[in-house]
Design a binder for this molecule. Structure first.
Ligand code: PLP
Length: 479
């Protein structure tokens, strides 16, 4: 069994094994004809059930053969131009290379004595990101597992900075289109469900700062504490960006922590054409970025950034077995002092390789391309009488619904759209997402693949219309 350990004596087997795996994935990527096969859980579950984990196959090649059936054949492939579903990007090769390196070396970024150079590389990328944001000389941060964790940590810092032990008095303000991790975090932080005040959005799905101002005033009048305002820079559904300068001014006026959730919109930090959309982000106390959304990085790759590194002390605990107090005086860089995690992947290496190979402009160019594509897709939808489209995109999502020519009830239109989404998924020809707008069923394209073309969008719209019409036709026959 020692032959399976990766070390000096097994280098050749490592090379062969990984090359074999890379070879198969490369062939798979080249041969993929659609983003999905349409397999159902009921069809796939028995295949996986049939695997006896207590009877190993003994060699990697056999395990890879099996993997074809249990995973690779039916995976959802984000690199395919007709994957238009959730906020998943195709990944860039330098990042995948970084992934292969980091898992083989397997550094753990909690302490210097488990990571050495990796810690410094992560720190340099944090500094690079805070400089792009413009957070100033005291800024710092740490990589996290994702936007959910970044938001949780930001709100933890905000709660501690609010300086009260009476958690029931704390309030968080975020738009009705903010990510559900804001509510989740509030609950985890012991603030309760009433702690999050949901601020209505305007017709472009951006937080209405006038209403925010009024809610802050009410909060103050009631003797409650405005703990944090969460501005979303790129809402998950619409890619809409809250008015950051207005929110920054209100945060200052009311002494609230300003958190910018740029999980989606962070790609703008590298954009050559659209960086101005983030103007005002430099006034934030903390920022969430998800490199695994708009920097074309493999999952996971995210960070929480803060204006004042002192705030990170709220995540600092010392343990004799890991990061004893003396290491602070000795100036040993232990990233665990800033993190909610302990053992932590060297995800930063993926971004490092990306920047070293492509540069930030290379990433920004790709993100600009998908934003341009969304603008073109919007024109297409707006001109198409079969569709109703919700907002002009600021980033790269399009929310729309099929509307039949014949008069039908709103509930029936909802069902037709939902049916079309499911039928499309089952066909495997394309993957789109769905959401609700004012209680009605809508469909969504999240465009993160520069390989997707306007004609792909047109073709998928034809497919959706076909499915929706089929549904409505059948239902008329049955009626
Ligand atoms: C995706 C997203 C998150 C959550 O990020 P994960 O990486 O999925 O945990 C938070 N906020 C916004 C606006 C998002 O789009």
């Amino acid at each position: 069994m020692r032959s399976h350990l990766l070390n000096d004596t097994t280098a050749e087997s490592y090379r062969r094994s990984v090359t074999d795996g890379v070879e198969r994935v490369a062939r798979k990527l080249a041969a993929t004809r659609g983003p999905f096969t349409g397999v159902t859980p009921a069809e796939l579950a028995p295949v996986i059930d049939a695997v006896d984990l207590d009877r190993p196959l003994g060699d990697a090649s056999a395990a890879l053969d099996e993997l074809e059936d249990v995973y690779l054949r039916d995976a959802v492939y984000f690199h395919h131009p007709r994957y238009l579903g959730h906020l998943n990007c195709p990944v860039v090769i330098p990042a995948v290379l970084g992934e292969a390196v980091l898992s083989a070396v397997n550094s753990s970024l909690d302490t210097w004595d488990q990571s050495a150079g990796a810690t410094l590389i992560e720190r340099k990328l944090i500094d690079w990101t805070t400089a792009r944001i413009g957070l100033g000389p005291l800024a710092d941060g740490v990589f996290t597992s994702g936007g959910t964790q970044s938001n949780l940590q930001a709100l933890l810092l905000a709660r501690e900075e609010a300086g009260t032990t009476d958690l029931s008095r704390l309030r968080i303000f975020s738009s009705e289109c903010s990510h559900f991790s804001v509510q989740k975090s509030a609950t985890l932080l012991g603030l309760g469900h009433e702690a999050v005040i949901s601020i209505p959005v305007d017709r472009n799905k951006r937080m209405q700062s006038v209403i925010l101002a009024a809610e802050l005033e009410t909060c103050r009048a009631e003797g409650l504490i405005p703990m944090a305002i969460v501005a979303t820079a790129g809402t998950t559904d619409f890619g809409s960006i809250d008015p950051l300068p207005e929110i920054a001014a209100l945060a200052e006026e009311y002494g609230a922590w300003m958190h910018v959730d740029a999980a989606y919109g962070c790609g703008l930090l590298a954009s050559l054409k659209r960086r101005h959309l983030l103007d005002g982000i430099e006034r934030a106390d903390s920022v969430t970025v998800d490199y695994h959304k708009s920097f074309f990085q493999p999952v996971s790759s995210s960070a929480i950034l803060v204006r004042d590194r002192a705030a990170l002390r709220h995540a600092t605990y010392h343990a004799d077995y890991l990061n004893p107090r003396r290491t602070v005086a000795e100036q040993i860089p232990n990233q665990v002092d800033k993190s909610l995690q302990t053992t932590r992947r060297f995800d930063a290496l993926k971004l490092w390789m990306t920047l070293r190979v492509m540069g930030a402009d290379g990433v920004g160019e790709l993100f600009d391309e998908v934003c341009d594509l969304a603008a073109a897709g919007h024109d297409l939808l707006a001109a198409d009488p079969r569709y109703d489209v919700v907002v002009q995109p600021q980033l790269s999502t399009l929310v729309y619904r099929y509307v039949p020519e014949a008069v039908t009830s709103p509930a029936e239109i909802d069902r037709a759209n939902l049916y079309a989404r499911k039928a499309l998924f089952a066909s495997g020809e394309a993957v789109v997402a769905g959401t609700k707008v004012d209680g009605r069923q809508y469909l969504k394209f999240t465009l993160l693949n520069p390989e997707t073309t306007v004609s792909d969008i047109a073709a998928v719209l034809d497919l959706i219309a076909g499915h929706a019409e089929q549904y409505l036709g059948e239902n008329l026959v049955h009626a």
